[in-house]
Write a protein that binds this ligand. Structure first.
Ligand code: ADP
Ligand code: ADP
Length: 233
């Protein structure tokens, strides 16, 4: 599914002070593409991601996902749309005291997934991320890479069209980062899911992104095919 931002901006207002976190920005991510956004902390990357994920409303402009103009959807339609956008995080955001199974079951229950289909769906997801034998292990007993695999399984539970990755490998060592990026590439290829990844790590973008936008000061200051953006001195 494609993502389109038309002159989208976001200004936060805090006690009489305003911060323009995102200046008017236009961007098109094509269906099935892996798009990277790179920039230092404070550049506006998370703000842009939260606008796609409907966690923030734009101050101006429109966000179009597939055929839907998100700024025009009813609250109910928004909720349904959100279930079709998966997200993974730097700190994995698992419920540490619960098992791998329960961490995934939780989102399927929240989306009112047919109860009788839940066990088979969880088995399928765990197979997809290579954790078939970890179903009954507590999340707290997993390695970082395994935790992110659970995070990916959870994000894919409702068959999303889009996967958003917020510094998803920043807490992992280089080898584990590689294996998670390979899993994401595989998911992109086999399931056709559009992926947007934000990171401050150039190596991650070089490894995985088809195209990249370089963000600074609330703007995309450069964009294009990854190899061409990073090829000049
Ligand atoms: P990045 O993800 O690239 O680190 P952010 O999108 O988090 O950048 O932040 C962009 C700017 O917006 C920063 O100046 C940040 O302090 C500010 N900002 C982000 N979120 C909020 C918020 N909820 N309220 C006020 N300011 C915010
Ligand atoms: P990250 O950079 O890890 O994505 P955030 O987006 O939460 O983290 O925050 C980025 C910056 O925005 C931080 O420096 C934080 O101080 C600022 N920020 C986030 N939320 C708020 C808020 N509600 N009010 C003021 N500043 C905020």
């Amino acid at each position: 599914m494609s993502i389109q931002l038309n002159n989208v901006s976001k200004t936060y207002h805090l006690k009489g002070r305003s911060v323009e976190a995102l200046k008017p920005t236009s961007l098109k991510v094509e269906t099935g593409e892996i798009y990277g956004l790179i920039g230092y902390s404070g550049a506006g990357k998370s703000t842009l991601l939260r606008l796609i994920n409907l966690l923030e409303k734009p101050s101006a402009g429109s966000v179009i996902v597939g055929e839907d103009n998100l700024t025009e959807l009813t609250p109910k339609a928004l909720r349904i749309r959100r279930q079709k956008i998966g997200m993974i995080f730097q700190q994995f955001n698992l419920i540490e005291s619960k098992t791998v199974y329960e961490n995934i079951e939780f989102v399927l229950k929240a989306s009112k997934y047919s109860k009788k289909d839940v066990p088979a769906r969880i088995e399928e997801l765990l197979k997809l991320v290579g954790l078939n034998d970890k179903s009954s292990i507590n999340a707290s007993n997993l390695s970082g890479g395994q935790k992110q695999r659970v995070g990916i399984a959870r994000a894919l539970a409702n068959n999303p069209d889009i996967l958003l990755c917020d510094e998803a490998t920043s807490a992992l060592d280089p080898d584990t980062t590689k294996s998670i990026l390979n899993l994401l590439k595989n998911i992109n290829k086999t399931l056709g899911i559009t992926i947007v990844i934000i990171t401050h790590e150039m190596e991650v973008i070089k490894e995985i992104a088809d195209r990249v936008g370089v963000m600074s000061g609330g703007e995309i200051i450069e964009s294009g095919e990854t190899y061409s953006v990073f090829s000049h001195p």
